[in-house]
Design a protein around this ligand. Sequence first.
Ligand code: HEM
Length: 380
Amino acid sequence: PYPMYQTMRQSQPVMHIESLDIWSVFRYADVKTVLSDHARFSSQYGRPPGVDESASEQARRRSTLITTDPPHHTDLRSLVNRAFTPRAVDALEPRIEEIANELLDKHAASGQIDFVKDFSYPLPVIVISELLGIPSEDRDRFKHWSDEIVASADQVLGNTDAKSDSAHQEMGAYFHEIIQERRKSPQSDLISALIEAEVDSERLTEEDILSFCWLLLVAGNETTTNLIGNAMLTLLEQPQQLALLRQNPALLSGAIEESLRYRSPVQAMFRMTTEDVEIAGHTIPAGKRVVAWIGSANRDEEKFAEPDQFDITRNPNPHIAFGHGIHFCLGAPLARLEARIALSTALERLQDVSRVADGPLEPARGFIVHGVTSLPLKFS
Ligand code: HEM
């Protein structure tokens, strides 16, 4: 998409698609404004006009962090922060290392691994389900639900999708049971912490907790898979950068940030205007959907020198791959930790690593998430 983004930044930085009545912004400064000016760009975007939203869909949207505005967003986020703490995330480090090693062990003898299917895809879902306290045998069901729901994010453009509706329902019923169980006998897991969380004598409702679990699976899995997969793919495409990283392991954090910028796992986020808004000389009327193209912002030549160069020593690197403002990704510390452990473990264990075959790779479904579904590698 990058040449297209560049053309848009230069010739149509604020674009209106008339047939869908959707606006798009492509420049870094405008994308940042749309993401962070929550008074004028609301996160409560429903289906487009003319497409009915079911009652359960409406309820879900009202109680989901990522689709609410202040003041409700402020309350929800501070409650969730009580449970999803940096300490809880840091405590996962040794376990993530173990999971990464176990996944690699299975392929050590053969000298071949599908880096996405066998490694970057299972890793985040195991981590999230352990964090939530979900039995490991249910993991495949989660992965299935979250994939269906992420793929259906294109619904925003008006496509309804029966598969994702049934995924929502199954997942709702599943979590209802777990929440009931944890209310009776709390464990040392995130669901129990969410039940217990209290701010100014307010607590999360069952609907809030359910929506949050749903959001973690949807927002935290495929995104992290793609961060790890995109980082590996780009390092293999750029052997000099890979060699530099192998010589200087301290550059790993820089390599992760640069991957987030260069191939942003989330390419776009939506907002809805609450009033007529002037942006870069265009007026977007009230009540319109706006797409903020993060993937384009992170390649904006006005913000980044040589934006199409992948440079793991880039500093500073003010990418907005995790968003900006009050909705800034809650899972960013976890995503960064998982990526750091996954890549350092993989680079250490996969020596002389290269792709099994050159040629095009299958892209992830949908236009919001950005990554590949399979990356076969050989190594010694
Ligand atoms: C929000 C990206 C991983 C949980 C966001 C937003 C972006 C984003 C762009 C802002 C949405 C907006 O402004 O409307 C990413 C990327 C990830 C990642 C690129 C991986 C590389 C995770 C993980 C979790 C997570 C691992 C949780 C375990 C969330 C939540 C929000 C969010 C709960 C909503 C925050 C709010 O609305 O206040 N993420 N995310 N994300 N992310 Fe992530």
